[in-house]
Ligand binder design. Structure first.
Ligand SMILES: [Fe+2]
Length: 314
């Protein structure tokens, strides 16, 4: 594919150290900022298409504004559709472990809307002494490794994605506060969108799998068949050999191609505080292998249960 050549020609610009042969590369000797040269930006973009996740250590000079300014080099900022942006920022989405920010379920960011963000840029702010790693999985490689029969089956499947799901059932260690936050903020507007299970990546042309936590069910199947088939495909994505795991330090920045990955924040740090801040970039509506676009089916303000509201105030 064309980006391979680009990446090779950019090796002179970037010091790229692949972390595994399948996903993830560390980029050394670079100071991320809005002042990067066009050649450096192009090299990062090309490396991202190839490795799917890029790790940058020691970016402690970046603050919220610096992170957003750097992100703008790669596209238009995307504000989360339900979670308020961090005050004083253009779009920053903060995950704070003390306020429901434990993303310990495999997902691609924001698949409950049609135009799934294309890139996420995450900065480590407060990192626990022990634990709190993030793991990413390559959804293009997972598709590529399916046997032909399963590829053909997946190629024509569609799935309904939503942000309205049983948070407590998904997150075994969820606190009452986490569950309340999910109900009151994360699902303050309820979205439902149908996506092809197999989409064509708009830049690489690779086939990728769109599944993960926000998948409610596969369309046209019984719930039982949907659950079985979902597990079969999702397990291929999250096979350990298809993943890369990052041990954070404060100041690390990780960039991932949200169209070709899922990720999981390991919830193994107890009551230690963990804060990471994300900037996400606008993406395009996914397209199936036969040219059909994803479709948003529902966007509805949720009506709060007064009992829940009362608990929140108490
Ligand atoms: Fe996420």
């Amino acid at each position: 594919m064309s980006y391979d050549n680009h990446t090779q020609s950019k090796n002179a610009v970037l010091n790229i150290k692949p972390v595994t042969a399948r996903i993830g590369a560390e980029i050394e000797d670079i100071r991320l900022s809005a002042d990067l040269s066009p050649a450096e930006v192009a090299a990062i973009q090309n490396a991202l298409l190839k490795y799917k996740v890029l790790f940058f250590r020691h970016q402690t000079h970046l603050d919220d504004a610096g992170q957003e300014a750097f992100a703008r080099l790669f596209g238009e900022l995307f504000a989360h559709p339900t979670v308020p942006k961090r005050s004083g920022t253009g779009s920053i989405f903060e995950l704070d472990s003390t306020h429901g920010g434990r993303a310990d379920a495999w997902h691609t960011d924001v698949t409950f809307i049609d135009a799934i963000p294309k890139i996420s840029i995450l900065r480590g702010v407060t990192i626990p002494e022990t634990g709190g790693d993030t793991v990413w999985a390559n959804t293009a490689a997972a598709y590529q490794d399916l046997p032909d029969g399963l590829k053909s089956l997946a190629d024509h499947l569609w799935a309904l994605h939503t942000n309205e799901y049983d948070y407590g059932a998904y997150h075994s260690k969820a606190s009452e506060e986490d569950i309340r936050y999910h109900e009151e903020v994360f699902t303050s507007t309820i979205y439902e969108t149908t996506h092809p299970v197999v989409a064509i990546h708009p830049e690489t042309g690779e086939r990728t799998l769109i599944l993960g936590q926000f998948t409610k069910r596969l369309l046209g199947l019984s719930l039982s068949d949907s659950n079985h088939l979902y597990s079969l495909l999702q397990d291929r994505i999250t096979k350990l050999e298809n993943t890369v795991r990052w041990r954070w330090s404060a100041g690390d920045v990780v960039i991932w191609d949200n169209r070709a990955t899922q990720h999981y924040a390991v919830n193994d740090y107890g009551q230690q505080k963990r804060v990471v801040r994300r900037v996400t970039l606008k993406g395009e509506v996914p397209i199936s292998i036969d040219g059909q676009k994803s479709k948003m089916k529902k966007k509805e303000k949720a009506i709060l249960d007064p009992a829940i509201f009362k608990t929140a105030l108490s």
